[in-house]
Ligand binder design. Structure first.
Ligand SMILES: Cc1cc2nc3c(=O)[nH]c(=O)nc-3n(C[C@H](O)[C@H](O)[C@H](O)COP(=O)(O)OP(=O)(O)OC[C@H]3O[C@@H](n4cnc5c(N)ncnc54)[C@H](O)[C@@H]3O)c2cc1C
Length: 378
């Protein structure tokens, strides 16, 4: 097993303490009520957690990317909603860090690092999901240098709740993905509004909904990166976010396995604990292998970035793909070990199962990640 440094172990233990203090007591309630957990995010921000993905020169506390993945695993153990909010927040920050000017980074990143503002990223549209090159949201560059943005984004995490949105816009419809640009639009900007919020199966507090632009006028310096460079930037940013989603999946899977172990030891049938049944033992053994393998793939992706590799698309896709598939399989088998009780809301295992399902869809569906991985091999 990969050996963490003292600093990483310390961060993991401290994060676990924060998670037990602020997140675990709220996780079931967030799931029941569907409430966006502003209080939890605020507490994590005050503890400096939101600064971890952002470089120190822009108000952050970046150490290495492994530190961030360790945090994501710990948060993912307790609450999928909270972990996903952190993932979207960091994705917004990565786009600014990767392609913003120095002036934009100094202006926009510190408020994300402190948690004064929560970030989100809006790409998906009704007719452009996996095929993100097909987005139709438009941007017209006016003579006075300002941009007029129009469009409707769907299935956006933190919609209406985040303060700062990276929004992907087609600024040149003739150029496919090379005609996509990234804009930063803050909540409260005239012309930015929020449409329907969906009823989701899991991640119930995430506030997945629509982001709507209607003749939304933004200054020229709200274009982040080169005109037409947005797709490349988002792909680079996703190299970092996908293993973070993988880390969250590892945390969820680890938790499901721990719950199953406790249940298997406690629950007696045929005069014996379930744990004495070899068929149950086999399930637990498979879970342990999957959790460890998934975590190693997350750490492997982190090692690429932390050793200075600029693009680590395959390692990143592998980590997210394997870990999210493992999470749904482990959550499902953990529920099975709980028997019919696992299907009842009084036990947390069904929440883990519902939350895990989303991880195979967002940040690149697992089908498209397989395409990405295969392309890098062929
Ligand atoms: C919980 C949640 C949070 C989300 N948050 C955000 C967000 O914050 N921002 C954002 O922009 N989007 C977000 N999304 C949207 C997500 O990115 C899309 O759902 C995803 O890109 C798939 O698009 P789609 O749902 O339109 O499915 P479609 O593109 O219609 O695909 C349907 C199915 O076909 C498969 N498929 C499509 N093309 C191929 C292909 N070439 N090869 C093989 N299989 C293929 C897909 O994998 C999928 O299984 C979120 C989604 C969820 C569920």
């Amino acid at each position: 097993m990969y050996i963490l440094s003292d600093a990483h172990r310390e961060l993991r233990d401290h994060t676990r303490f924060l998670v037990e203090t602020y997140i675990e007591p709220r996780a079931n309630e967030i799931d029941r009520s569907g409430e966006y957990p502003h209080d939890v995010i605020k507490a994590l921000a005050q503890e400096g957690i939101l600064a971890l993905p952002i470089p120190k020169e822009y108000g952050g506390d970046y150490r290495d990317i492994l530190s961030w993945f360790i945090v994501m695993e710990e948060v993912g153990r307790a609450c999928g909603t909270t972990a996903n909010i952190l993932a979207s927040h960091s994705l917004c920050a990565y786009v600014i860090e990767i392609s913003g000017t120095e002036e934009q980074k100094h202006r926009f990143l510190p408020d994300l690092a402190s948690g004064k503002m929560i970030g989100a990223m809006a790409m998906t549209e009704l007719n452009a999901g996996t095929d993100s090159g097909a987005i139709e949201s438009s941007g017209i560059h006016r003579e006075d240098g300002k941009w007029v943005l129009n469009g409707r984004k769907v299935m956006i995490a933190s919609a209406g709740e985040a303060d700062r949105y990276i929004i992907m816009i087609k600024t040149d419809p003739s150029k496919g993905t090379r005609g996509i640009s990234a804009f930063l639009v803050d909540k409260g900007t005239p012309g930015l509004s929020f449409g329907a919020r969906y009823e989701t199966t899991g991640l119930r507090g995430l506030s997945v909904g629509e982001v709507v632009l209607e003749n939304c006028v933004v200054p020229g310096d709200r274009l982040i990166g080169a005109e037409g460079g947005g797709f490349k930037t988002i792909m680079k940013s996703l190299d970092r976010t996908r293993p973070a989603v993988g880390a969250m999946a590892v945390g969820l899977a680890q938790k499901a396995m721990e719950l199953a172990i406790v249940r298997a030891k406690e629950r007696q049938q045929f005069g014996l604990p379930l744990a004495d049944q070899q068929m149950v033992q086999a399930k637990l053994a498979d879970m342990a292998c999957q959790v460890d393998a998934a975590r190693l793939l997350v750490y492997h992706a982190a090692a690429q970035r932390d050793s200075g590799v600029e693009r680590f698309t395959r390692e990143s896709a592998q980590a997210k793909l394997f870990a999210s598939d493992a999470a749904i399989s482990i959550a499902s088998e953990a529920l099975q070990i709980f028997g019919g009780w696992g299907y009842m809301r009084q036990y947390p295992v069904e929440r883990l199962w519902r939350d895990a399902r989303a991880l195979q869809l967002a940040d690149g569906s697992n089908e498209i990640l397989r395409v990405v991985i295969a392309r890098s091999l062929l």
